[in-house]
Design a binder for this molecule. Structure first.
Ligand code: NAD
Length: 454
């Protein structure tokens, strides 16, 4: 699609939105049901396409993507009426006689840009929330996960008119053309670098944005932790999808007394969970493979370290990083785990808090003070105590980053709110009118105003 076609598409969506069809809750529910049926129908193709793009096993794609997508549809089936209903709120006495309410309006036409690493979840989850909120939607999945994008395109085009839901294929050029359109909302998931470009372009039209970005999410394993359990859960969260998970634990800090124990347990878990160079997910493309492989030179390899350039695969690797190397500055987004010893918990936390705020944070500990410290003082988007990743599968908590890892959030009611404009309406009686606020101002009026506004 070229720029002219994109402009035309946005115009058509705005025309459709203006028919008010998407305001109907019945319409939204029917469309969500239609999406569920289409997803079921396309499930084999979707699972195969993700395997083709990322070498991701079907069980993992179901557990981490499709299953969560079905769950999101179910959530709105149960909660949409309640979430969308106009909300009656208290009215202060000085506004007598009136009543106040909040209307949960759809924004209009929204753009959703999604990345390649969880190409189903990160496209369909915001789509479902935007549909539930009553918007029309332009989807722009990644050009890197080509097979998955092709199946999603077919699914969307077969089931929805483009004036309601459309999909634009392409890369940088199409993104830039889309970012420049007068959408009513932009929801972007990807790297902080392109996030900045998106926000800059959106600012020109004063389009509000949510940015779901990445960064270096740390884990800490302190001296009180259950090391075997920590290793099992770190391996699960780090090496899934070849380490290409936005909330993967990027690197792990471990108390100096537990380094050897943790490394031994992680190696044991890599064997137990069957992570090898053969079974590991592949890097998405040559550029990303080269980037991740280069980090193998940034320290002493403790385990792994082999590469398969023909298949863009890197062996699950533990590394003791050298200081001031790229692996400790850039988001790794691959199956290499730096293990870094620390001495003092609070010193470490202070050091981490000065770095760009991460999307996720994981603490493995049985020490109540350490747990409290992290919950209270550490800045991060979301995280787990004694686990990795799983906070994102609870639809009752918001998901999103802050500062370098993003702005805004979604999932469950937070997603509905993201794609909704809360419009306040105060309705006055036209029979009773108190003269207090009108000119000419008088002493007795002042007295009453001071009585109510203090
Ligand atoms: P990316 O920024 O490399 O690419 C995003 C898209 O932008 C691609 O389609 C690409 O073609 C396009 N693009 C590249 N340069 C551009 C430019 N100058 N102008 C416009 N478009 C341009 O991101 P990615 O590789 O798709 O995703 C990886 C990043 O996404 C990681 O940082 C990861 O942590 C983050 N991420 C975040 C979440 C989250 O939920 N917060 C989820 C997944 C991934």
């Amino acid at each position: 699609m070229d720029t002219n076609q994109i402009e035309q598409l946005v115009k058509e969506q705005k025309i459709f939105f203006a028919t008010h069809a998407t305001y109907s809750l019945m319409f939204r529910k029917k469309m969500l049901e239609k999406l569920r049926t289409a997803l079921h129908e396309y499930e084999p193709q979707l699972l195969a396409a993700v395997y083709e793009d990322l070498n991701k096993p079907a069980s993992e794609t179901y557990m981490c993507e499709l299953g969560l997508i079905y769950q999101a549809i179910r959530y709105f089936e149960k909660n949409l009426d309640k979430l969308a209903a106009p909300e009656k709120v208290r009215t202060p006495l000085f506004l007598f006689k009136s009543k106040s309410e909040i209307m949960h309006d759809p924004y209009g036409s929204v753009l959703i840009v999604s990345p390649w690493n969880y190409p189903l979840l990160l496209t369909f989850q915001p789509l479902i929330e935007a549909m539930a909120a009553g918007n029309t939607i332009v989807l722009k999945p990644s050009d890197y996960s080509v097979h998955t994008t092709a199946v999603i395109k077919e699914l969307v085009e077969k089931n929805f008119p483009a004036s309601y839901i459309a999909l634009v294929e392409g890369g940088r050029e199409q993104n830039q053309a889309l970012f420049a359109q007068p959408f009513d909302y932009i929801f972007y998931t990807g790297s902080p670098a392109v996030g900045r470009i998106c926000m800059e372009a959106a600012a020109k039209n004063l389009v509000p944005v949510t940015l779901e970005l990445g960064g270096k999410s740390p884990a800490i394993v302190d001296e009180s932790a259950n090391i075997a359990m920590a290793a099992r859960r770190i391996v699960f969260g780090k090496f899934m999808n070849g380490g290409q998970t936005c909330v993967a634990c990027d690197h792990v800090y471990v108390h100096e007394s537990k380094v050897q124990d943790l490394v031994r347990q992680i190696i044991h878990q890599l064997n137990m969970q069957g992570f090898t160079i053969e079974t590991i997910g592949k890097m998405i493309n040559q550029k990303h493979y080269d980037q991740v492989a280069s980090y193998l030179n940034d320290g002493k390899i403790l385990w792994g370290g082999k590469c398969d350039p023909a298949k863009w695969k890197i062996e699950p690797t533990l590394i003791q990083p050298d200081e001031n190397t790229a692996i400790m500055e850039e988001e790794i987004f691959g199956p290499i785990l730096p293990v870094i010893p620390y001495e003092n918990f609070e010193d470490l936390c202070r050091k981490i808090a000065q770095k760009p705020h991460p999307l996720a944070f994981y603490l493995f500990s049985r020490n109540a003070e350490h747990i409290e410290y992290v919950k209270k003082y550490m800045p991060f988007g979301g995280g787990c105590i004694n686990n990795t990743l799983l906070h994102l599968s609870n639809e009752n908590v918001p998901f999103g980053g802050l500062q370098n890892s993003g702005m805004g959030h979604y999932h469950g009611k937070y997603g509905f709110e993201t794609f909704t404009h809360d419009k306040s309406v105060v309705s006055f009686s036209d029979r009773i009118d108190l003269p207090v606020m009108y000119r000419p101002y008088k002493k007795w009026k002042d007295t009453i105003i001071h009585l109510f506004l203090k």
